[in-house]
Design a protein around this ligand. Structure first.
Ligand SMILES: [Zn+2]
Length: 429
């Protein structure tokens, strides 16, 4: 029989004994106990943002948190299998939830990057057959193995930077089979235990196809949605001048409901093209980019309960108005920050950098930016079980290399993450 000892006694967050949830009976030994947490960022909405508890401890049983609160209140059983982690006074924050990426691609566009730096616009490059078209040509020709291999290296970098859940879209196929190969590659990564958990999104309306766009849309509606339904949780569209218009996107998002795919929209990124209003109208789970959304659009998102996903890396690379972080919060919209990791407008795996940019360019406070990168990302993916460090939720936690959680945004371009715990398991180092 396992030897047990109790670690201190007292109450957890919200008072009372720490709750033991899931199918593990109370009293079963914790599988992970973390002590000497200088500042624990819980995201608890009952505390001042971002929900900091000083001199704290964290414990998990399996993939669930059973205690998150003051060290003085920690009371869990310790067994021979329990992993004990000493945070040595560091800050601990929830794992990042990167809710918008295009991680599966082949080829590269460094030349275009240099062209843009000399003044060529996204639209001008696209008209010359560059831009997204070059990524589509390379990616559509790839096998699932080739696609997964390329994306795996990016996903590993994400994990090292603290991302424990990542959303991955298709969108570089523009043929039924090529789109499905991208989703299969993304799901391959999702089955690997030493990578972030993967959520997949079918993005059939991204760049325009070479052939008849109407025929392509009919094929997506007739066959694509049904085939993608077993490989993805969401459907998405690039609703933009020069890409897909509101009517085409609306047909897709409405038809997707019958296949259980919830809507996401690339909305009002390059122009005020109606994507935000569409997202509100169809009850999308998120509207993403929003750089050109008006105040009325933002009020519409709030009313419809749509999460606003800001991609400040892409906004910075492309130029244009600042991401409307402050305006979204004032309108009452839940805000998420994400990398938009993609080969054209933002090759970046770093959520810490997005926190920095969220503060520097989107008008968010450091606390709001950190919550947007964790709980906000979870909201944009409909994942109520993560993004905060509270009993009953998934134990996705980052031990920082600093005692101060503010350093996540403050230390521009750095990796503040020392150790990564995902689903209650110590993954790094
Ligand atoms: Zn995107």
């Amino acid at each position: 029989m396992a030897a047990r000892r109790r670690v201190a006694t007292g109450g957890g967050i919200g008072g009372g004994s720490p709750g033991v949830t899931g199918d593990r009976p109370p009293g079963e030994a914790a599988t992970l106990v973390m002590v000497n947490v200088g500042r624990l960022v819980t995201g608890d909405p009952r505390l001042p943002a971002p929900g900091v508890v000083e001199d704290a401890a964290l414990a998990a049983s399996g993939d669930r948190i059973v205690y998150a609160g003051p060290a003085s209140g920690l009371e869990v059983a310790i067994g021979p299998e329990t992993i004990e982690v000493d945070a040595h006074g560091a800050a601990v924050i929830p794992g990042f939830v990167d809710a918008h990426t295009h991680l599966v691609w082949l080829g590269e566009r460094s030349e275009e990057y240099a062209l843009r730096a000399r003044g060529a616009s996204y639209e001008e490059i696209a008209e010359k057959g560059g831009g997204i078209r070059s990524t589509v040509a390379a990616t559509a020709a790839g096998t699932v193995l080739e696609l997964a291999t390329a994306a795996r290296a990016r996903a590993r970098r994400m994990l090292r930077l603290g991302t424990t859940t990542v959303e991955i879209k298709s969108g570089y196929g523009q043929s039924l089979e090529a789109e499905l190969r991208q989703l299969r590659a993304a799901r391959t990564l999702g089955e690997e235990v030493d990578l972030p958990e993967v959520v997949t999104t079918y993005l059939p309306l991204h760049g325009l196809p070479d052939g008849d766009r109407a025929a392509y849309l009919e094929e997506v509606l007739g066959k694509g949605l049904g085939a993608a339904a077993s490989l993805a949780g969401f459907v998405d569209c690039f609703c933009e001048t020069g890409a897909w218009d509101v009517d085409e996107c609306e047909r897709l998002l409405v038809a997707a409901r019958a296949h259980g795919l919830r809507a996401k929209v690339h909305a009002d990124q390059r122009s005020h093209s109606g994507g935000s209003a569409l997202a509100a109208r169809v009850g999308a789970i998120s509207a993403d980019h929003l750089d050109h959304a008006g105040d009325g659009d933002l009020r519409g998102l709030a009313k419809a309960g749509v999460t606003g996903v800001l991609l400040p890396g892409a906004s910075m690379v492309l130029g244009g108005p600042p991401p409307p972080g402050r305006r979204l919060l004032e309108a009452g919209v839940t805000v998420a920050l994400a990398t938009d990791c993609n080969p054209g407008t933002c090759w970046c795996e770093s959520m810490p950098l997005m926190v920095s940019l969220g503060v520097a360019t989107a008008g968010l406070t450091p606390a709001e930016a950190l919550l947007a990168a964790t709980a906000g990302g979870a909201a944009a993916l409909g994942l109520a079980d993560r993004g905060r460090l509270l009993p009953g939720l998934r134990c996705d936690a980052l031990v920082l290399a600093t005692p101060d959680w503010l350093d996540v945004g403050y230390h521009l371009g750095a990796n503040p993450v020392a150790r990564v715990i995902a689903a209650g398991r110590l993954l790094l180092p």
